[in-house]
Write a protein that binds this ligand. Structure first.
Ligand SMILES: [Zn+2]
Length: 77
């Protein structure tokens, strides 16, 4: 099961949650204030290495390393 990162819209607490891919975009409950939290897209997942060995970050929501439109797929590898 992939890990997703969330940030609380109330207290801005960041936390990670293991949940099914199908529930990735659902709101999560903040462990501190029980307020709704929104999912944060991980930047570290969106990294690709080109033919010359240069690592580059890909901006946006698509993932270069797995070709998925959702980076959460990488966490299952
Ligand atoms: Zn909170």
């Amino acid at each position: 099961m992939p890990i997703y990162e969330y940030v609380c819209t109330e207290c801005e607490e960041k936390f990670e949650l293991l949940r099914p891919f199908s529930k990735a975009d659902e709101v999560a409950e903040c462990p501190h204030c029980k307020h709704d939290s929104e999912r944060v897209l991980s930047k570290f997942c969106c990294v690709s290495v080109n033919e010359s060995g240069v690592t580059s970050s890909i901006a946006g929501s698509s993932c270069a390393s797995c070709g998925s439109s959702n980076c959460a797929a990488c966490a299952m590898n």
